[in-house]
Design a protein around this ligand. Structure first.
Ligand code: ADP
Length: 321
């Protein structure tokens, strides 16, 4: 659905994007994550046709954005960080205005009614945008991006400035949209990516430093797997027995006690799945397991380590020159 090949954007001698390539398939929901100045806005502005690249290609639904800008743009809905709302219009007036602006050819009334329904704006559709809450204004911003039923919708920091309840509502809305659209979400908020995106592309200093499924990203910086296991049994004995399992590198008691169970963090070799052995050990000793879950490094730590690692690499390269 989106194909970006060797994209470069240079400002003078500075590279805002330096040889960036990725593909995003139909119906994917992908987070574009990076610290300030990483190149996220530049990438989004090129994807949406607002900015030209120094070199490289962008295809939206098979159409090169330079060869067929109008057709490519028809396939994209964009919510910029500051949505271009007109405070003196009602929600319905504004959506009709955007409908005209985009020269939308879908049947007007049912199309706008559907968008109002999806974005849950029904109750406020006749109110002036000026008088809406920040959360509803953001929904209107999302609604305008959906006019024309674009295949791809791109959101720049969609939950910034919202309260926690509004944030949850907007994130739920984004997840709903992914059923019908390819969604790209640019954010510096790690929790947002974890909550909403299946895949994360991390950029730093104009380069992609990771492109992984969100649930796998942690594994890229760890050299093993970690599980948190809750076992009913004598703490010391359980801990020692767990340590003896083939493939287990470390066992740490967390000190958490829940009735007669204790929790342990088990770290295993990357090549060995120790979960069955943990289960068999506990069964043979009559130590009921009442919980076992992956215990990952959180995304924030992963992000910082990846960014540091990529900065470290470029520093070393610089020193070599
Ligand atoms: P992000 O959105 O991740 O914060 P940007 O895409 O805005 O990052 O910026 C990437 C880099 O490009 C930054 O170093 C920024 O200073 C530079 N940059 C962005 N726009 C311009 C511009 N119009 N002129 C010169 N440099 C720019």
């Amino acid at each position: 659905m989106i194909k970006v090949q060797n994209l470069v954007k240079r400002y003078g001698s500075n590279y805002a994007l330096n040889d960036v390539s990725f593909e995003i398939g139909e119906g994917e929901i992908v987070g574009l994550l990076g610290p300030n100045g990483a190149g996220k806005s530049t990438a989004m502005n090129i994807l949406t046709g607002y900015l030209s690249s120094t070199s490289g290609e962008v295809y939206i639904n098979g159409v090169n954005i330079l060869d067929g800008p109008i057709e490519a743009k028809k396939n994209i809905g964009f919510l910029p960080e500051q949505p271009p709302l007109y405070p003196e219009m009602t929600v319905t007036e504004y959506l009709n205005f955007v409908y005209e602006l985009k020269s939308c050819e879908l049947e007007r009334e049912p199309h706008i009614a559907e968008i109002i329904s999806v974005t849950k704006l029904g109750e406020v559709k006749d109110r002036l945008i000026r008088n809406l809450s920040k959360g509803n204004k953001q929904r209107v911003g999302i609604a305008q991006a959906l006019i024309g039923d674009p295949k791809v919708v791109i959101f720049d920091e969609p939950t910034i400035g919202l309260d926690p309840k509004q944030i949850i509502a907007v994130r739920n809305l984004l997840r709903t949209l992914a059923r019908r659209h390819t969604v790209v979400l640019s954010t510096h908020i790690l929790a947002e990516v974890q909550a909403v995106c299946e895949r994360v592309i991390i950029i730093n200093k104009g380069k992609i430093i990771a492109d992984e499924r969100t649930e796998d990203i942690v594994k890229t910086i760890e050299d093993g797997y970690r599980y948190k296991v809750k076992v009913c049994g004598p703490a010391r004995e359980v801990e020692l027995a767990l340590r003896k399992i083939n493939g287990v590198k470390t066992v740490e008691s967390t000190g958490e006690r829940d009735l007669d169970s204790f929790s342990y963090i088990i770290e295993s070799e990357k090549s060995i799945d120790v979960r069955k052995s943990v289960f068999n050990l506990c069964v043979s000793n009559n130590w009921p397991i009442i919980g076992m879950e992956p215990h990952g490094t959180d995304l924030e730590t992963v992000f910082i380590r990846l960014v540091d690692r990529s900065d470290g690499v470029s520093e070393t390269k610089k020193r070599r020159k």
